[in-house]
Design a protein around this ligand. Structure first.
Ligand code: GLA
Length: 523
């Protein structure tokens, strides 16, 4: 009896192990396809290794570090104007007045071990030396967003561990303002007070208290407006009040502004004129630069007038390159691939301080703009598509803004968002956007050079069947033998001479880091 029971137990355990390790054929049967290994309990410091800030402005940085709490942090080389809370790892204070690179060594320890990481605070003009990471409410809440949702998202960013991987911004999108035409009582009322200050709607009782709440957790807060009279959602916007709004946003304590063209189009004589497109962004960018805090400027005008060619001139730290990823219709491939393919062609324009923005990560659960009452629903994307989405965005050094539901962060979603080696690809200090190596009907290959001399390659199967995808090392400039590491699974695959071939399921990806054998750094 026991022998029979014992044997069937073994069979069950083996089946379970097979299910957990072979991601594809048995998916859809209830077991999530988890590729990121469980994070160690010992500390591991994640996120960027450089951080840009402007002299004399307020500074706030929560050290992203996974591992069990309680944890103890220390920092060597901290400038006198900054202080560290050793328990939370939040560094705050004032950016030093002298420009230059301040090299720090961050250390974290807990009962399981210790971790250290070099980190440079670069005081100068450039913000976002690596792509911004955070959450934006749009694809979950659309025009129903409230103060409570934002606070809960900030709490969830800490509780879920996302902040321990470098996610830092909590961004309010459209619909915090009042609306001239509406039946909803909370959105009614004058758009501005007598002094010209824009008035938040009844769902946002106190903006300063809200940013204080976000900042108290070591996170940063973002907000949204349009250069036109109305936002895309038909809410009040900044036209004719740009200076009032820049000052108010800074006074409330926001750290990022997304500025969305929307109704400004009606102010333009020629919607294709670059100088007309540029003017409102130059105006707001200059105003933001005049505030006494760092405000990251995100341009949103859907890539019109080749924005990537001039966004830097108007102080843009990132610029949307396409239409809304949530609105782009797919065919056999979901819409995010189309956005990714278009954005990937713009690699020459990205670099430290200035990034192509292909819009947010819609994975996990998200809202339906045509049925907001139904609340967020699980994505229709397969696990392989979701891993592909994240892989493509990190290889393209894109801003990483999750826009799914922070209240429903299931194990698969967190497994995709919280992989330290995948995040390292996005946040690499070299700041190179991945280049297209091959794009056919069946395959898409991106390669991203990294600061340590290695190269990360994404092998995307965009066909309808499993496929062998081969990369010749000469195509990525590697001439000697290399070691190959599976970035998602954080495992070395082996040493290879001239090429590597991966078996990739339909609409899935293999992301590898290739290091010349003689270097073998960090492998
Ligand atoms: C536009 C933008 C979106 C979102 C909405 C808000 O569509 O592209 O990202 O901000 O407006 O109304």
């Amino acid at each position: 009896m026991f022998r029979i029971l014992g044997r069937s137990m073994v069979v069950i355990v083996v089946m379970f192990a097979v299910l957990a390790s072979s991601p594809h054929p048995l998916l859809g049967q209830g077991l999530p396809d988890l590729r990121t290994p469980r994070a160690p309990e010992a500390p591991h410091i994640n996120g960027p290794k450089v951080y840009g800030a402007r002299a004399g402005h307020p500074f706030l940085y929560r050290i992203p570090c996974s591992g069990v709490r309680p944890m103890r942090f220390s920092v060597e080389g901290l400038p006198k104007s900054l202080v560290l809370d050793p328990e939370t790892g939040i560094i705050s204070g004032t950016v030093p007045k002298a420009e230059g690179s301040y090299r720090l060594i961050i250390k974290a320890s807990n009962r399981r071990g210790r971790s250290r990481r070099e980190f440079a605070v670069v005081v100068g003009e450039k913000l976002s030396l690596t792509p911004q990471m955070g959450w934006n409410d749009w694809y979950t809440h659309y025009t129903n967003i409230t103060d409570k949702d934002i606070r809960e998202a900030a709490d969830a960013m800490i509780a879920s561990g996302m902040a321990d991987y470098g996610y830092q911004f909590i961004d309010i999108d459209d619909a915090w303002e009042r609306k001239p035409v509406t039946d909803i009582a909370a959105l009614k009322g004058p758009m501005r007070d007598e002094a010209g200050h824009i008035l938040p709607n009844g769902r946002f009782p106190d903006m300063k208290a809200l940013t204080d709440y976000v900042h108290a957790r070591g996170l940063r807060a973002g907000i949204y407006s349009s250069p036109g009279p109305l936002t895309c959602g038909g809410f009040a916007a900044s036209f004719g009040h740009e200076a009032d709004d820049a000052a108010l946003i800074a006074g409330w304590g926001f750290d990022l502004l997304k500025y969305d063209l929307c109704s400004y189009r009606k102010q333009m004589k020629d919607p294709h004129s670059v100088s007309e497109l540029k003017a409102p962004y130059l105006k707001m960018g200059t105003l933001l630069n005049g505030q006494d805090r760092d405000i990251v400027f995100n341009l949103c005008e859907y890539g019109w007038g080749d924005v990537w060619k001039w966004a830097r001139d108007v102080s843009g730290s990132s610029w949307r390159t396409t239409n809304d990823v949530g609105a782009v219709k797919g065919d056999l491939l979901p819409g995010f691939y189309k956005v990714g393919f278009a954005n990937a062609a713009l690699d020459a324009y990205a670099g430290p301080g200035a990034w192509n923005d292909p819009d947010y990560l819609i994975i996990g659960a998200d809202g339906d703009p045509h049925n907001l009452a139904a609340g967020p629903q699980p994505t229709h994307l397969t696990a392989g598509e979701q891993y592909s989405y994240m892989s493509m965005w990190t290889l393209m050094a894109s801003p990483l803004f999750f826009s799914g539901d922070m209240a429903r962060l299931d194990p698969l979603t967190l497994n995709i968002l919280e992989n330290s080696e995948v995040i390292d690809v996005d946040q690499d200090v070299l700041g190179k956007q991945g280049k297209i190596v091959r794009h056919t009907d069946q395959e898409f290959i991106l390669m991203k050079p990294m600061a340590d001399g290695s190269t990360v390659v994404g092998l995307f199967n965009i066909s309808e069947a499993p496929r062998s995808i081969k990369i010749d090392f000469k195509d990525i400039g590697a001439t000697s033998a290399v070691t190959v590491r599976d970035v998602w699974r954080q495992q070395n695959v082996g040493r290879f001479g001239a090429s590597y071939t991966a078996e990739v399921p339909r609409h899935d990806v293999m992301m590898i880091r290739i290091t010349p054998a003689q270097m073998k750094r960090g492998m």
